[in-house]
Design a protein around this ligand. Structure first.
Ligand SMILES: Cc1ncc(COP(=O)(O)O)c(C=O)c1O
Length: 369
């Protein structure tokens, strides 16, 4: 070892991203592959957004506007909030990590669901705090009663993920409100709504209203999923000015690029085409669900742009074996073992053709063709 690192470093888990298409092509000697592994949008950016991205190249010799004022104003209008209640991040990942930096100290705890987004355990380890991972309920949702029971005088932060990654389980707004009534007002609650756009239930907007009315709540959303801009890295949080000020203190001054800000600003001007894309994904989610049911595959009820499969004909999946066999056929999905669900396999909803390729490969593998 040539450098001395923080004693906390060894405890920080390694975030495992899904395999890229290039990695799979090289590893299996394939000409093409279908990537349904990272919960990305299968659609390229809208033409108007792509134009803004290209035009942005002319100005990248200048730093971005550090406060992201134009985008924050547009988001404030979209959500009926004040721009001072909006904070931008280099993807919502950054905001989640910064929440840990801003709020946690050694001796404090962060309560989060598990299995859930792989980044949450990082928050505690980076800050030398304690991570309290609370198992999901039987429907793959955050178990808010169990999470509330873990909140004590050491708790600084609770993370709720809805829809939850990797299960897709959605917690009702009533349950979130009841949870907020149970925890002390000085405990910060971050509601990670990365997959919000794919939720079709009537109460889908209420957590955002709670973020505007309850000073301890921050809702994070992202341009990475439905808006299809994950390569540009831009997400945002909506919450109290205290929450925004805490994150502003620890973020680097130019954390979102000028191109990302401009692209996101353009993207939110095109809600019509965006809604049609979302509707297509939701319709494909339903169609995939019906096909999987017909094959005898068990999966968690999902409100996201992915499906977590756990069993075939009532027998738990050997997720790793099925994953490997699908890779050999050029279908890239996510092995549940790397997501904390050993018998699981998570597939992202792609285009109709991509989904058909996945369904055909799975049917062949499990002998239902
Ligand atoms: C639950 C959840 N939250 C946040 C993110 C981060 O998204 P981004 O940093 O691209 O906004 C992801 C990405 O997969 C996710 O699954």
């Amino acid at each position: 070892m040539t450098i001395t690192t923080s004693s906390r470093l060894a405890a920080i888990p390694t975030y495992e991203p899904g395999l890229t298409t290039a990695e799979v092509l090289a590893r299996y000697g394939l000409d093409s592959a279908v990537k349904l592994a990272s919960n990305e949008s299968p659609f390229p950016p809208l033409e108007a957004v792509a134009d803004v991205i290209c035009a942005g190249a002319d100005a990248v010799n200048r730093y971005p506007q550090g406060a992201g004022t134009a985008l924050r104003e547009a988001l404030a209008e979209l959500h009926g909030a004040d721009p001072a209640q909006i904070v931008l991040g280099n993807g919502s990942c950054e905001l989640i990590l910064l929440a840990g930096t801003a709020l946690l100290d050694p001796g404090t705890t962060v309560v989060h669901p598990s299995p859930s987004f792989g980044l949450y355990p990082h928050l505690a380890e980076v800050a030398g705090a304690e991570s309290i991972a609370v198992p999901l309920d039987d429907a793959g949702r955050n178990d808010l009663e169990a999470m509330a029971a873990e909140v004590d005088e050491r708790t600084r932060l609770v993370v709720i993920c809805s829809p939850n990654n990797p299960t897709g389980g959605y917690v009702a707004a009533d349950a979130i409100e009841a949870f907020l009534d149970m925890v002390p007002d000085d405990v910060a609650v971050l509601i990670d709504e990365a997959y919000h756009d794919f939720v079709t239930l009537a109460d889908r907007g209420r957590p955002m209203s709670l973020a505007k009315s309850r000073p301890n709540v921050l809702v994070t959303r992202t341009f990475s999923k439905a808006y299809g801009l994950c390569g540009l890295r831009v997400g945002y949080g909506v919450g109290s000015t205290d929450w925004v000020a805490a994150i502003d203190r620890v973020r680097q001054p130019f954390n979102t690029s000028s191109v990302a800000q401009a692209a996101a600003l353009e993207a939110i001007r095109h809600q019509g085409p965006m809604s049609r894309r979302i509707a297509e994904t939701v319709a494909e989610r339903e169609r995939m669900g019906e096909s999987l049911r017909a094959m005898g595959v068990t999966f968690t009820e999902t409100q996201a742009n992915f499906i977590l499969m756990t069993a075939i004909d009532g027998r738990p999946f050997d997720g790793s074996a099925v994953h490997e066999q699908l890779l050999r056929r050029g279908i890239i999905v996510r092995n549940g073992a790397s997501l904390g669900v050993p018998s699981g396999l998570r597939v992202t909803i792609g285009t109709r053709d991509e989904n058909d390729a996945f369904l055909a490969a799975l049917a062949e593998l499990i002998g239902t063709t």
